[in-house]
Design a protein around this ligand. Structure first.
Ligand SMILES: C[S@@+](CC[C@H](N)C(=O)[O-])C[C@H]1O[C@@H](n2cnc3c(N)ncnc32)[C@H](O)[C@@H]1O
Length: 312
């Protein structure tokens, strides 16, 4: 695989960090290093980027690409939910920015052996970090019927969750589902074959399994919360999400942290004492232009939200 993942909304990301003159920005989803490279190219020598990725192979590719920046680029293999641990190991107390560009990279999607895509035949794996134990095939084998249905409905926002769960169980009673194409075949029988005007019938099930295998929503929630402890005054947290579940977590977190006080509106004075920790910079999410989507269709569902750390 030689082509790099195309960084989404890269100018909007740069705008959020352009005024930083000194200090560290964490790219918690380094991927192919596209955003990191763009930020390093457009900021001064006092700015460094610490790239984190849970996928060791992504990290290896990005390291090579970013070699020319020397000490301005640092790397950590891990989960962005381990932000505090990673920073401690790196000897960094405060950061000037955090970027999370969620989901999978083109490299992961296009590598059949990773099992992320219903368009390629491969093992039903879907682990971003291959040191972790549980694959998508393992999940299908170990979840109860109810758990599987809930994951399909909640993480895939799949209306046909029950029907799909039953179809999976029926197929498994004959032979285990171990590959992406076996699963696609089961889904086609359950909810119909692909049609040009509709999303592929496997889209939602694959999304649901990927989110579950990688615990994506939990890690996002932890990283957002923990970032508050290390962001300098006026430092920015910027998140690009690709589906409504992620976007809702970011939007709600930003809104609650901006509000501070959680007292019921009836109370005449605040008794909770909570202060705002963030100021929201994007009242509406920033989305890609038609031109960007034309050039990079994977950008089509992207939403960027940004907020700035404030200290009371
Ligand atoms: C959309 S890609 C990022 C692409 C990158 N911005 C670029 O321009 O090349 C997402 C990357 O984040 C990684 N990732 C997703 N969730 C993660 C998490 N919780 N912790 C660390 N890395 C994560 C994935 O392994 C993947 O490489």
């Amino acid at each position: 695989m030689n082509t790099f993942h195309e960084p989404v909304l890269k100018d909007a990301v740069l705008q959020q960090f352009i005024n930083i003159e000194e200090g560290w920005i964490v790219d918690g989803t380094l991927g192919d290093g596209g955003h990191t490279e763009y930020l390093l190219d457009h900021t001064g020598p006092g700015v460094g980027l610490l790239g984190i990725d849970r996928d060791a192979s992504a990290l290896a590719r990005a390291r090579l690409r970013l070699e020319r920046f020397g000490k301005r680029a640092r790397f950590a293999h891990g989960n962005f939910s381990q932000l505090l641990h990673v920073l401690k190991e790196a000897g960094i107390d405060r950061i000037e920015g955090l970027l999370l560009d969620l989901g999978v990279s083109s490299m992961q999607l296009d590598t059949a052996g990773r099992g992320f895509s219903f368009r390629h035949d491969g093992p039903l794996d879907m682990r971003m970090d291959r040191d972790e134990a549980t694959t998508a095939a393992d999940l299908l084998n170990t979840l109860s019927d109810r758990e599987l249905e809930t994951i399909l409905r909640e993480y895939g926002e799949e209306r046909n969750a029950k029907r799909i769960m039953r179809a999976i169980r029926k197929a498994q009673s004959k032979s285990p589902i171990q590959t992406t194409s076996q699963l696609v075949q089961v889904l086609s029988h359950a909810v119909g074959s692909p049609r040009p005007t509709r999303i592929h019938p496997a889209t939602r099930t694959f999304q649901a399994l990927r989110i579950a295998v990688n615990n994506e929503l939990q890690h996002l929630t932890i990283a957002l919360r923990d970032s508050l402890g290390v962001l300098s005054a006026a430092a920015r947290v910027v998140v690009i999400s690709f589906h409504s579940l992620e976007d809702r977590i970011v939007k709600t977190f930003f809104r609650e942290e901006q509000r501070g006080c959680v007292c019921p509106p009836k109370l005449p004075v605040c008794v909770c004492g909570r202060k705002a920790t963030l100021r929201v910079l994007t009242s509406k999410p920033i989305i890609p232009s038609m031109e960007e989507i034309r050039q990079n269709p994977r950008a089509s569902s992207a939403k960027l939200r940004a907020a700035e750390r404030v200290y009371a």
